[in-house]
Design a protein around this ligand. Structure first.
Ligand code: ASP
Length: 293
């Protein structure tokens, strides 16, 4: 694997190999500790991020790489530099791997074309967020022991979510059944999954309730009464199957898609997802490093 731009490039064996590697790293195998020794990784984030950028940077450092970071706020972009010039400037510093986030779907492909470097997609518009879906898979395997045969309900602003874009490829490839739930204007025009008429219906049946933030920065708006209709609150969390779990990629909007009780309760894997982000990104970067040497 030279770059990781969309999950459509990942077959089931490739996904399973990355998941197993991430779990080995998470459970103490440090055999990858020097996979990127002497190399540099650049993170280029043209959109805000907390979890993804920090977790990639930590992952790169744990593999022995130096890290250079570009963050739109406070950069020369405000002095009128074009995005292409910004990318070429960072690439000229010599990093072997570029981690890119941008509000336009397809921007990471463009960066790969401009620079010829290995590129990891850290989220592009509403299109994909491959490492989020991978770390979610790692979290499920570590928490429930499997993905094959699970029913996952993806609830909320599916249409604008790049996380959903990646989950809708990765989870079925790994044998999960997906159900989408949310107001009609939050569901994609084209998809191959079943749709639940209301949240109570899926809550009673799913093994995983995966909640999404309303992507206001992409023009989405939840309207009044969203939490009552589509929010996971304490009553709904109590109605879930005994072993069922709650996931969310963050940032969470309490009182909109999720209540305090559901976010902080015993079924919530939200912080496990964050914790699994670092070993998952280490597995991705180490796998790419092998193709560079
Ligand atoms: N952090 C995720 C993303 O960048 C989810 C979200 O922002 O709602 O897509």
């Amino acid at each position: 694997m030279k770059s990781l731009i969309t999950t459509s490039q990942l077959t089931r064996p490739a996904l399973e190999a990355l998941i197993e590697r991430a779990i080995r790293v998470a459970e103490g195998g440090d055999q990858d500790a020097v996979a990127l020794a002497g190399a540099a990784v650049a993170t280029l984030f043209f959109e805000p991020s907390t979890r993804t950028r920090l977790s990639f940077e930590l992952a790169a450092r744990r593999l022995g790489a130096d890290v250079v970071s570009f963050d739109l706020a406070g950069s020369s972009a405000s002095k009128g530099e074009s995005e292409r010039d910004t990318v070429l400037t960072l690439a000229a510093m010599g990093p072997q791997i570029l981690v890119v986030r941008h509000s336009t779907g397809g921007f990471p492909d463009q960066v790969e074309e401009w620079t010829g470097r290995a590129v990891v997609n850290g989220g592009d518009g509403s299109r994909e967020h491959p490492t989020q879906a991978l770390l979610d898979a790692v979290t499920l395997v570590r928490s429930l022991g499997r993905i094959d045969g699970l029913t996952m309900a993806i609830v909320g602003d599916v249409a604008h979510s790049r996380v959903a874009g990646s989950l809708m490829r990765v989870m079925p490839t790994l044998g999960a059944e997906l159900v989408l739930a949310g107001p009609r204007h939050f569901l994609p025009d084209h998809h191959e999954f079943s749709v639940a008429g209301d949240l109570d219906e899926v809550v009673a049946a799913a093994d995983v309730i995966y909640l999404l933030r309303v992507q206001r920065e992409r023009g989405a708006s939840e309207g009044k009464g969203y939490h009552r209709s589509w929010g996971l609150d304490a009553r709904r969390a109590a109605a879930m199957r005994p072993h069922a779990v709650i996931m969310h990629p963050g940032p969470i909007n309490r009182g909109v898609e999720i209540s305090d009780e559901a976010a902080d309760g015993p079924r919530s894997l939200i912080l496990d997802q964050v914790a699994n982000g670092v070993p998952t990104r280490m597995a991705v970067l180490a796998t790419i490093a092998e193709s560079l040497s």
